[in-house]
Design a protein around this ligand. Structure first.
Ligand code: ARG
Length: 581
């Protein structure tokens, strides 16, 4: 409906240009918003206020001209001018009802699909030298939600798991792996099942033995010059590490597969070229033997120039060099329209610098956007970065285990007689959903406090609340299984029916904003409001006990569309629904 009003206003702008009321070259961004107070209509625009200067008229006067020239529409019952020059639209309930009726039969729930784009999404991207920890949780689940929503809107999504699978630390790991294999053969694989311990042990060896350190450095050189034996060892190591990651993805219900892995090492062969190209454009400067780029706009607080280091004095390349190569690949090979990076906000400066450099160097097509979708830190209840009791990094697996056991207690307390198998399955869904939803429902750019108690509560904007709300809606049509709804029609007579209907019709707008801003919390808030609108509707409007069949059937259809929207919405957040809990 919003899009419909927008298009009516676009047509009006064209007409006003033809009449010479507003200048030919005016290109206003037409904004249509939901009104807070429905007595003032359903949708409103500030277009007259935006254009009044250009038109040389006062806003209310221009608003009247806009209304006079608005094409007729059967969806709009009334148009009003309010306050300083807002234009308010009253939407016809029948049009809304028809829209909802159509949504029920549509896979995409009747939403308006945008022009399809190719979107590269860089997310999860853990370092393979270590085990995945909670720091990767946010990137993984926020990125995956946005990916799912983009695909639902028919965009072509190319997932890029830009894993850290290259760098000097691999020499140390390979040297240690070699040593262990020589000592105990097969048992090595078992040691590798705990990468964190493995990494620490390798580091101890590296620090204690000069001979080991020399071997480690030698292995890196061999690896980089393509030595077959070293490469095999390296592949084996990464393979084991990646399979740990994929176990976590599977358990979390994250859609990344092995095909989506395109790590740092994939760009090795391009790095020399990146340096050569920057050099050819005169962008490189020598600084203490290293090759760096200074960009005018990047300076320290003290005003000192802040370089991007491209190649170290010893010839080694850096994180930034790889990112430059990756951007070029994403633009010129993958033909992305947008490249989204779900990476910790602490890397904001890195991305500003490399994005700007990639543009200057012409590594990306002008029309491609580069968007750092940064996120804040996950803190413990003490407000400090989330750590184990002993101060170590929390492994993702341990965190999910704890969520699961707490979910078992929660579900058992509600259903003391439930059999163990059913209970375990429900708790699995609730546990994962709670961890994911707690993260997704917060604005990603702020830090947030990870609290098991809060995320597993049935009160407020939480996974248990929404999952439970869903089971209540489906519970209604379980009782109505034998009612034939083939010829039923949605009617919006009662105030609460209209409110629910209006909320349901907003699904598409919300998704569009979520993928545009890379902010899943917008969808979470919407689903929470939808569940709220349903519960007020259900309180005010009896469904199975409605006064007449037409009202009953219409309310059943509204319930059906609510269930579908909740399920689809949660599905796009990567959250499964339950029939009972
Ligand atoms: N591996 C990096 C880390 O854990 C994240 C990589 C993000 N993606 C990128 N293209 N830089 O910090």
């Amino acid at each position: 409906m919003k899009a419909h009003i927008q298009s009516l206003l676009e047509q009006t702008v064209t007409t006003l240009k033809q009449q010479g009321i507003i200048p030919e070259d005016a290109a206003p961004r037409i904004q249509v918003d939901r009104t807070k107070d429905k007595t003032h209509g359903d949708l409103a625009t500030n277009l007259a206020m935006m254009l009044s200067k250009l038109a040389g008229k006062n806003p209310r006067e221009l608003a009247a001209l806009i209304i006079d020239n608005l094409p007729a529409s059967s969806n709009v019952t009334k148009v009003d001018i309010a306050g300083p020059g807002f234009i308010n639209f009253f939407i016809d309930e029948n049009a809304l009802a028809n829209q909802l009726q159509a949504a029920l039969k549509d896979d995409k729930l009747g939403i308006q699909l945008p022009a399809a784009q190719t979107v590269v999404v860089d997310y999860s991207s853990p370092n393979l030298a270590k085990e995945m920890h909670v720091g990767h949780l946010r990137s993984t689940i926020i990125g995956d939600a946005v990916v799912r929503a983009l695909e639902f809107l028919n965009h072509k999504v190319i997932r890029q798991n830009h894993v850290g699978d290259w760098g000097t630390q691999f020499g140390m790991l390979l040297a240690y792996m070699e040593e262990l294999r020589a000592a105990n053969g097969e048992a090595t694989e078992i040691e590798l099942s705990d990468l964190e311990t493995f990494y620490r042990a390798a580091k101890v060896r590296f620090d204690e033995s000069e001979e080991f350190a020399t071997r480690a450095r030698h292995l890196v050189v061999e690896l980089q010059s393509g030595n077959e034996y070293c490469n095999k060892l390296w592949r084996e190591f990464n393979d084991i590490s990646l399979s740990h990651c994929h176990k976590v993805y599977q358990r979390l219900g994250v859609s990344l597969t092995r095909k989506d892995v395109h790590g740092e090492s994939a760009y090795n062969d391009d790095l020399a070229q990146v340096v050569a190209d920057l050099d050819a454009q005169g962008l490189l400067t020598e600084s203490n033997g290293a090759k760096v780029v200074f960009q005018e706009e990047f300076r320290t607080k003290e005003g000192e120039p802040l370089p991007v280091i491209i190649q170290k004095a010893d010839g080694g390349y850096l994180y930034a060099t790889t990112d430059l190569a990756a951007m070029r690949y994403r633009s010129k090979v993958l033909h992305a329209d947008r490249a989204l990076y779900f990476v910790d906000l602490r890397q904001a400066l890195h991305f500003q610098q490399v994005f700007s450099l990639a543009r200057t160097a012409g590594f990306v097509r002008d029309e491609m956007t580069l968007e750092h979708m940064g996120f804040g830190t996950m803190n413990g209840e003490d407000g400090r970065p989330f750590k184990t009791r002993s101060g170590g990094v929390v492994k993702l697996v341990d965190l999910l285990d704890e969520a699961n056991s707490r979910a078992i207690e929660l579900v058992r307390s509600k259903n003391p007689d439930m059999d163990e198998a059913t209970l375990a399955e429900i708790a699995r869904v609730v546990g994962i959903a709670s961890v994911k939803y707690a993260d997704l429902s917060k604005n990603r750019s702020s830090d947030y406090i990870f609290s098991f108690d809060q995320m597993l509560s049935f009160e407020g904007n939480t996974a248990p609340y929404l999952l439970y709300a869903y089971t209540r809606v489906v519970g209604i049509f379980k009782k109505a299984a034998d009612i034939d709804l083939t010829n039923a029609k949605i009617e919006l007579n009662e105030e609460k029916e209209k409110e629910l209907g209006t909320k349901l019709a907003q699904f598409g707008e919300v998704l569009a904003r979520m993928v545009d801003k890379g902010q899943p919390h917008l969808l979470c808030s919407y689903l929470y409001e939808l569940a709220g609108a349903f519960s007020s509707f259900y309180e005010a409007c009896p469904v199975l006990a409605a006064d007449n069949e037409a009202a009953r059937d219409s309310r059943l259809l509204l319930s059906q569309l609510t269930a579908k929207t909740l399920q689809q919405g949660l599905g796009l957040l990567g959250i499964e629904t339950l029939e009972r809990m």
